[in-house]
Design a protein around this ligand. Structure first.
Ligand SMILES: [Fe+2]
Length: 321
């Protein structure tokens, strides 16, 4: 194998071996010879080989094992999502429990995509999640505080994307959007920050950003849109939500400085949810702000940034929930 496919492997440990993945996958190890990197087949995993391979991977002197992205995508489709759907069909859990079970799957898919050099095809493994969540949010009452309490507030990009996606479902419900529009809003939220995939690690850890860092950060909406546009399977509503999620209602945002209704509805909603989740989450340079203080700041301190009618709809929904 040539080193040109190096970037399509994800490192794994014995903990990745899944007893329920009947179809199994190929385990690779990395070989570096004369400066040339190759990925060589180590073993074919099936559940029958679980004990033997777990022992070898735990105790062997080879530390680096890998799965190819094609198998990783199959794993999410054939194992993780099948297990999720079967569990929901069997247990018929309440709406919040459905969200609680679905949320880590979303974070895991987004996390693997963002952390490793894996194809955007990985994102398509989430295609069936709107089918699970959109009818749920349209037909059931899920209070915003309960939804927020189920989400994590760590500084990871996948957590922020998953949160904006989940909160988008709530917003779609209060605006009584169609299931198709709700689906677009959800996907646009999930993908809002995928343009940060190739950020240098230093940007995530710095407390003081340089003008060069800001220039990189301001490119992420366009970069995310390009990734999705190249996939040719997402609607214009999704693409606009991704590229417009940092546009402010008063025209002070980026990348275009669009104002008021020139920003799509999805873009205006995502601006509110992006700020809400960022402020209520931990960042490496500050502690999370309490939810009530965040909402007050959004309403009074940063009001010009947001569509006032959307803010009114959001706050009105709290008094009725
Ligand atoms: Fe962003």
């Amino acid at each position: 194998m040539s080193d040109t496919i190096e970037h399509h492997f994800k490192p794994i440990t014995h903990t990745f071996l899944d007893k329920e993945w009947v179809e199994g996958f190929t385990i690779y190890y990395k070989s570096v010879d004369g400066g040339k990197t190759s990925f060589l087949i180590f073993a074919q995993y099936t559940p029958e080989d679980y004990t033997r391979l777990e022992k070898i991977m735990k105790e062997g002197d080879r530390q680096d094992f890998f799965i190819h992205e094609n198998d990783l995508i199959r794993y999410f489709r054939e194992c993780i999502l099948v297990r999720l759907r079967r569990g929901l069909e069997k247990d018929k859990p309440n709406p919040l429990e459905v969200v609680r079970r679905t949320y880590p799957v979303i974070r895991r898919i987004l996390g693997d995509y963002l952390e490793y050099d894996i194809s955007p095809r990985m994102l398509r493994t989430m295609d069936e999640l709107p089918d699970i969540l959109c009818p749920l949010f349209r037909n059931e009452v899920i209070p915003f505080p309960a939804l927020v309490s189920l989400t994590l507030k760590d500084p990871e990009i996948e957590t922020h994307c998953a949160n904006v996606g989940m909160y988008s479902l709530y917003f779609a419900k209060i605006l009584e959007l169609s299931e198709s529009d709700m689906r677009d809003l959800f996907l646009g939220g999930l993908f809002s920050d995928i343009g940060k995939k190739d950020f240098p690690e230093s940007i995530h850890t710095k407390s003081e950003l340089t003008s060069e860092d800001w220039s990189t950060i301001r490119k992420h909406p366009s970069s995310g849109r390009k990734t999705l546009n190249d996939m040719k399977c997402y609607s214009e509503n999704v693409l606009r939500m991704v590229i417009e999620h940092h546009e402010n209602f008063d025209g002070t945002g980026y990348p275009f400085g669009l104002a008021s209704e020139k920003i799509s509805l999805n873009g205006r909603i995502s601006r509110i949810l992006d700020v809400f989740d960022s402020m209520t989450s931990e960042r490496r340079y500050r502690k999370p702000v309490r939810i009530i203080e965040t909402l007050t700041e959004i309403k009074d301190g940063m009001e010009g940034h947001f569509d006032p009618r959307l803010l009114t709809a959001l706050f009105k929904s709290f008094t009725h929930s």
